[in-house]
Design a binder for this molecule. Structure first.
Ligand code: HEM
Length: 478
């Protein structure tokens, strides 16, 4: 049966986002780097938010039956990078799949794919990530009960329902649902913005073999930073051949305490020059992230938002925190050392420029908009947050490293002439204890801020491996 052609994309693409290569450009770049974009699952390199996305977590209850259905019915539905790139080849609902370590075991895979964090599972890493143990975790993420996840993306949830229903009827009793999380782009002009209101998805690394024309300031990485077995994969020598061109998917359900965050901004406006209280609150929020809600970087626009700068991908990443006449070791008047985007991508703060700790983010908001009651009581009563998805070839260099070694480490960035930049004010986690952050107030370099609560609360997650489509059709379903 012929599938109907799409006329509009599953992906959202605000002007601020880096542009995607055309299929022709990507195919040429991939050939030069000996990559095959037809076998790489679509979510990995594209790094874009979808209009709606469902994460369906399952356990395998009958491996023999599951493998045969995987090979015959599911593999043909898996959306490749090439397919997802062009609206005309996007399916009605894009489908990707990834497995946890226990899931690979259930399929009879005994190979070590060379990533101890993946092998142990995320629950073991909870304290390493700064979570206060697993008290806040969604119970489904505990006890290694999840074998795999389907990622279903489309522009309507009814498309997703249809695709999932047909998948589930093929799968019968070979799997059991463990948990489902529904993500959706926020409504209207908030599309592309996470729940605190900030545009998310602007800075992604350009991957050689995929991105043809990096935007100014966009860092370029070798494909092996994201894909196993490719150039610059730090553990290339230990990968089994079937794992080549797969990627580790770090999934985190990160609850966002939006009314509490907004209240914090209202209570602590930065008092600078002629700023109104409202402008001072907006400036504080921008300095916590390193970007304004529009996406304009504070390093280039330190006092006021600049929506035109935000919307221009040739300018909105073209900064590295250095400025003529600046004392780079102490000056935080443009951007705090602790700002979320500076902690997770320090640009010129590290020399030589860091090339290995990059991830591709492919997250989506979940949960409803703030209700009037929540806004007026400044208290969250309905859960909302970010279904965080990050791809990398080594969790110890990617998500885990960014969270543990940079965001949660008060001393990082550590070559500065101040006692400590403090925690990342957005995602920094101190096992539920208060966190200190310095540098948020441009008028007082010595001022410290203590956060008594976390605005982002980890509800747990799992580490998955997103295999190549050829591995799904071969070793994994054999
Ligand atoms: C609810 C949690 C989070 C929120 C609300 C959030 C929000 C944002 C926003 C608004 C940006 C700036 C726009 C952009 O470049 O896309 C950003 C950038 C970024 N975030 Fe997050 N983020 C969250 C969690 C995380 C986590 C857990 C990590 C990794 C441990 C992370 C890593 C990054 C990186 C690497 C960048 C790009 C920095 C750059 O290259 O300039 N984020 N995030």
């Amino acid at each position: 049966m012929l599938r109907p052609r799409r006329t509009s994309s599953i992906l959202i693409s605000p002007n601020a986002f880096p542009s995607l290569p055309t299929v022709q450009e990507a195919t040429t770049a991939a050939a030069a780097a000996s990559l095959n974009l037809d076998i790489i699952q679509g979510d990995i390199l594209i790094g874009m938010t979808k209009i709606v996305e469902r994460f369906f977590f399952f356990s395998i209850t009958n491996a023999t039956a599951f493998k045969s259905i995987l090979r015959n019915d599911i593999v043909p539905l898996i959306t490749s990078t090439t397919q997802l790139l062009s609206v005309s080849t996007q399916p009605t609902t894009a489908l990707n799949i990834a497995f946890s370590q226990v899931g690979l075991q259930a399929l009879g895979i005994t190979d070590d794919i060379g990533d101890p964090l993946f092998t142990n599972g995320q629950e073991k890493d909870a304290s390493g990530l700064g979570d206060p143990g697993t008290v806040n975790w969604v119970p489904s993420f505990l006890n290694k009960g999840i074998h795999g996840v389907f990622l279903l993306a489309s522009d309507t949830s009814s498309n997703i329902d249809n695709e999932l229903n047909s998948l589930l009827s093929s799968l019968g009793t070979s799997i059991e649902e463990i948990y489902t999380l529904d993500g959706a782009a926020r409504p209207g002009t908030e599309q592309g913005h996470e729940h605190f209101g900030f545009l998310d998805g602007i800075s992604q690394p350009a991957v050689n073999g995929f991105t043809t024309t990096p935007h100014p300031g966009q860092e370029v990485v070798e494909p092996g930073v994201i894909l196993l077995g490719e150039s610059n994969d730090p553990n290339i020598t230990v990968r089994p051949s079937w794992a080549i061109d797969g990627s580790f998917l770090a999934f985190r359900q990160l609850e966002q305490k939006v009314p509490e965050f907004n209240q914090f901004l209202v209570d602590n406006p930065i008092q600078e020059g002629n700023l109104t209280a409202e402008q001072g609150s907006a400036l504080l929020g921008a300095r916590m992230f390193g970007r304004w809600q529009s996406g304009a970087p504070v390093d280039l626009s330190p006092l006021f938002d600049d929506p035109e700068l935000a919307a221009d991908p040739n300018r909105n990443n073209n900064f590295n925190y250095t400025h003529a006449g600046f004392d780079f070791t102490s000056d935080q008047t443009h951007c705090p050392f602790s700002a979320h985007i500076r902690k997770t991508a320090p640009r010129a703060d590290l020399s030589p420029i860091n090339v290995k700790n990059h991830i591709i983010r492919s997250s989506i908001p979940y949960g409803p908009e703030v209700t009037p009651e929540e806004a007026s009581s400044n208290t969250t009563t309905v859960e909302r947050g970010l279904a965080f998805v990050a791809y990398q070839s080594a969790l110890a260099n990617g998500f885990h490293f960014l969270q543990q070694t940079w965001a949660n480490n008060p001393k990082f960035i550590n070559n500065k002439n101040i006692s400590a930049p403090g925690f990342d004010p957005i995602i920094g986690a101190n096992k539920g204890q208060p966190r200190n952050t310095a540098g948020l107030d441009p008028t007082d370099a010595n001022k410290n801020t203590t956060f008594l609560i976390d605005f982002v609360v980890s509800r747990g997650g799992e580490y998955f491996f997103s295999p190549s489509i050829s591995a799904l059709a071969g070793t994994l379903s054999a």
